[in-house]
Design a protein around this ligand. Structure first.
Ligand code: BTN
Length: 256
């Protein structure tokens, strides 16, 4: 089996802008690599790549991303957003996955800031937003989506305590290709909605607002109350001496 070879097939969906063309691969290093190669060769907004297996999947903060061949959705989407939309892509991705999972399996998800999708108190899906500037000066973004479908995280010691899957939460199986189509259609719809609509849905499902948290980021951890989020998705954290901090990235842990 070759890694990063030609796609097994291409799938067209004339009804959508995002996901109009989906390249389906057997095995790749990372769908991020495949999507960036296409984006740099000029692929249009909305083209997407999925694979049934990844040999070097990656997550946020340079971590490895574990997925099960055939048991996970591994999807990367090329986006060429306006500056306004670029600033809320994390929210758009998370809201789209939440809607797709509700449609596929009837699961009601929450979010851990900024864009982890949770079910039953554990991580169901991670989203990686990777942005660059294209040759014309516009933004080009690859959004990577890793959604646990038919795997049983309990079989993998590294994620057993923190992850879940569609199968575990609902008893239902979903084929990766079916899940890719559902996520791409949801992404197409959410991308076209106003900032206020997306913010309202995302904010309403964030599970740590009002709670005591610790946010680790470059430069150390910051503790306080996760008071609210700004219109662009930044976290507003009130520290122990009453100062309000605006955080654009980091990793949140709930504190007792
Ligand atoms: C996270 O750390 O939560 C983000 C995980 C993103 C994983 C997906 S799987 C499809 C795409 N290819 C990768 O190598 N990473 C993303």
């Amino acid at each position: 089996m070759r890694t990063n070879g030609s796609p097994l097939f291409e799938r067209y969906d004339a009804a959508t802008d995002i996901g109009r063309r989906l390249y389906v691969h057997d095995r790749v290093t990372s769908t991020m690599d495949m999507a960036w190669a296409l984006a740099e060769a000029g692929a249009p907004h909305g083209d997407a790549v999925m694979a049934f297996a990844q040999t070097a999947g990656r997550g946020r903060f340079g971590r490895a991303w574990l997925s099960e061949p055939g048991g996970s959705l591994m999807l990367s989407v090329i986006l060429r957003p306006s500056l306004d939309i670029a600033s809320r892509l994390s929210m758009i991705g998370a809201v789209a996955v939440r809607r797709a999972v509700a449609d596929l399996a009837g699961i009601s998800c929450t979010f851990k800031w900024p864009n982890d999708v949770f079910a039953g108190g554990r991580k169901l899906c991670g989203i990686l937003i990777d942005g660059r500037v294209d040759t014309g000066g516009g933004a080009v973004v690859v959004m990577g989506i890793g959604l646990n479908l038919n795997m049983r995280p309990a079989d993998y010691p590294e994620i057993a305590a923190i992850a879940t899957s569609v199968l575990v939460e609902s008893g239902r199986r979903a084929a990766p290709e079916e899940a890719a189509v559902a996520v791409l259609r949801a992404l197409d719809a959410v991308h076209a909605e106003t900032g206020a609509e997306v913010l309202g849905e995302w904010r309403g499902a964030l599970h740590m607002l009002g709670k005591r948290v610790s946010v680790s980021r470059r430069g150390g951890a910051l503790d306080g109350i996760a008071e609210d989020v700004a219109a662009d998705g930044a976290l507003l954290l009130r520290d122990d001496v009453g100062a309000l901090h605006r955080l654009e990235s980091g990793e949140v842990t709930l504190r007792a």
